[in-house]
Design a protein around this ligand. Structure first.
Ligand code: AMP
Ligand code: TRP
Length: 329
């Protein structure tokens, strides 16, 4: 089984990224061949400062290693250092249609915040590059948070369409989402997703521990006093329960049971303790890796390994669509 996923180096990673994606990547290491990459080409789909992008790329690489990904088991690489991603993208863009791309929620959300005249083609075509990332490694399973499911579904549509025309060339992937924690919400407004661009409602993986505690203690809660999972009426408490349960590796019901007699204050303190207990040691590993620069050798070796697979797939696709391979004539 091949497993593939990636994270964009577009800013400070949040607890949402950690719980929805990063934390789980390592769990796949013993069930198959794992490919985890930094989606730096995707980071260009919205304006980003070059120094900031480089810095974030180093961060994501260090976070990957700090999360327990083992370069001996997992191929860790940078998207832009494997040129096959862009080459496959150039072919596959002909098999997704404008109508379906314009229906993507992420495109609608992100483009709504831009002036009509400033919406880049890359933002619109984002799912084509993402599909290329996935099929390039014949990935069977793609672990992602909830917001990325639509893109994996579109990849499946593309694969079906492509294979119907050219035979069994591409592998059809499935997404895998966690039962708990696939959508962590903002602490200040639990009706919106925790995302890299909201400093108050977010817990950033680089926040110091005192700040993390403070943010959790002042998270928006709901009326009433019971710690109960009820997304409709208690979105704030439900979000904190989700954070607690996923950090502790338990079900929501189990977490709820622990707090049947607790007040909000006590409950929040327990959530803060749990997050700090996990993120504290993670930050220590991150700092050490980031300072030593050891992630660079990992990325170099990862790119070489990734390229071997990616090259084969690209040739297979080029051949299927009718591009003449002059090296083999
Ligand atoms: P991105 O930051 O958009 O590159 O996302 C990287 C991964 O983190 C993807 O699998 C997302 O689905 C996941 N993710 C991002 N934000 C959240 C969130 N608030 N809750 C759960 N998962 C998330
Ligand atoms: N689009 C993903 C995100 O925003 C990042 C990503 C790019 C990705 N290519 C991918 C995730 C391929 C999984 C598989 O989070």
């Amino acid at each position: 089984m091949r497993i593939l996923s990636g994270i964009k180096p577009t800013g400070n990673l949040t607890l949402g990224n950690y719980i929805g994606a990063l934390k789980h990547f390592k769990d796949f290491q013993d069930s198959g061949e794992v490919y985890i990459f930094i989606a730096d080409l995707h980071a260009l789909t919205l304006p980003i400062d070059p120094e900031f992008l480089r810095d974030n790329t180093r961060d994501v690489a260090s976070f990957y290693l700090a999360s327990g990904l083992d370069p001996k088991k997992t191929t860790i690489f940078l998207q832009s250092s494997v040129s096959e991603h862009a080459e496959l993208n150039a072919i596959l863009q002909n098999y997704l249609y404008m109508g379906e791309l314009s229906r993507m929620t992420q495109f609608k959300d992100k483009s709504a915040k831009l002036k009509q005249s400033a919406i880049g083609l890359g933002l619109f075509a984002y799912p084509v590059l993402m599909a290329s990332d996935i099929v390039l490694y014949d990935a069977d399973v793609v672990p992602v948070g909830e917001d990325q499911i639509q893109h994996v579904e579109l990849t499946r549509d593309l694969v079906k369409r492509f294979n119907a025309r050219y035979g069994e060339v591409l592998v059809e992937p499935k997404y895998q989402m966690n039962k708990v924690g696939a959508r962590i919400m903002s602490l200040t407004d639990p009706s919106v997703k925790m995302s890299k661009s909201d400093p108050k409602g977010d817990i950033f993986l680089k926040d110091d521990l005192a700040t993390i505690r403070k943010k959790i203690m002042s998270a928006k809660t709901d009326s009433g006093s019971e710690v109960k999972f009820d997304k409709e009426n208690k979105p704030g408490i439900s979000n904190l329960l989700t954070i607690y349960a996923s950090i502790k590796g338990m079900s929501i019901e189990e977490a709820e049971k622990q707090f049947t007699a607790a007040r909000y204050g006590e409950f929040k303190k327990a959530v803060a303790d749990a997050v700090i207990e996990e993120i504290g040691p993670f930050q220590e590993r991150y700092k050490q890796i980031r300072e030593s620069g050891e992630y660079l050798a990992v990325l170099r070796e990862g790119a070489q390994k990734a390229k071997q697979i990616a090259h084969q797939t690209l040739k297979r696709v080029q051949n299927a669509v009718g591009l003449l391979n002059i090296d083999e004539l």
